[in-house]
Design a protein around this ligand. Structure first.
Ligand SMILES: Nc1ncnc2c1ncn2[C@@H]1O[C@H](COP(=O)(O)OP(=O)(O)OP(=O)(O)O)[C@@H](O)[C@H]1O
Length: 263
């Protein structure tokens, strides 16, 4: 688990300002959910936390130290799809995550170290409910099981920060409920600091200890690229029990075509 600090972080691509003036302190062990209109920079924000992108301006700190500008085992990520290696079995997917972290040059452990890693991978698979599927290939898993595997793969190195980019977006509602229970359980057990993007507002409010809303507070119709999104709402939820989704947010984030006629 880790404290994450952003000080006046900006991300631009050429003339396009995607994110601007991000200031944030997230305490170790928080579960931060992130919502915002499509294209407003949520994934870009996560990619900066992962180290796949660097801020164009400003400071991004992990426990007070500037974040390494490349992904490392202290940060794990799960995407909506395609996070796992299709040509490896379930157990080898998790084992590889351990081998890449512990033997970055060879990507392979030997002897006692490999046996220990195998045991650890098996324990992780049990923890996410995939113990019985260890020798299957991902193609023979359901969507929910594939996401369980992706979660196991990203958690096995005990990251300090877990980044989730719409991890349950492609799953049926019943399976999503199971996944919510799982992610809550692994978050509580590990104390990892979580950042999760979702398009589902009730999911954001049900899982998060804090909801961040990304939006563009300034828009110039003559120069749509001139201004970026920032954090326009920072809603604390921890210790408040179930919180209803504010109607104003529903209106803001529901695409016009989907909004009810009377809205
Ligand atoms: N490598 C890049 N080069 C140029 N532009 C980029 C790059 N990465 C992202 N962008 C731009 O940044 C903007 C934000 O993209 P991003 O994927 O972060 O949005 P998002 O909020 O995650 O969207 P969605 O909800 O649809 O997934 C988009 O206009 C995108 O085209």
């Amino acid at each position: 688990m880790s404290r994450v600090t952003l000080r006046n972080v900006w991300r631009t691509y050429g003339e396009q300002v995607v994110l601007e003036r991000l200031n944030l302190v997230v305490e170790a062990g928080e579960f931060v959910t992130i919502v915002g209109a499509s294209g407003c920079g949520k994934t870009t924000f996560l990619r900066m936390l992962l180290g796949q992108e660097t801020p164009s301006r400003g400071l991004l700190l992990l426990d007070g130290t500037p974040l390494a500008a490349e992904p490392g085992p202290e940060r794990g990520i799960v995407f909506q799809r395609y996070s796992v290696f299709p040509h490896l079995t379930v157990q080898d997917n998790v084992l590889l995550a351990l081998e890449l972290a512990r033997a970055p040059l060879l990507g392979r452990l030997f002897g006692r170290a490999r046996r220990a890693a195998r045991e650890q991978a098996a324990a992780m698979l049990d923890a996410v409910g995939l113990g019985a599927f260890a020798t299957r290939y991902p193609a023979a898993l359901s969507g929910g099981q594939q996401q369980r595997l992706a979660i196991a793969q990203s958690l096995v190195n005990a990251p300090r920060v877990l980044l989730l980019d719409e991890p349950f977006g492609a799953l049926d509602p019943g399976i999503r409920a199971d996944m919510h229970a799982l992610i809550r359980q692994v978050w509580k057990a590990s104390g990892v600091t979580v950042f999760m993007i979702t398009h589902d507002l009730p999911e954001a409010f049900a899982l998060g200890t804090r909801v961040l809303v990304f939006d563009k507070p300034r828009v110039d119709p003559q120069a749509p690229q001139a201004y970026g999104a920032t954090i326009t709402y920072d809603i604390p939820l921890r210790g408040r029990g179930p919180v209803a989704v504010p109607a104003e947010l529903v209106r803001k984030l529901t695409p016009v075509a989907e909004a009810p006629a009377h809205a």
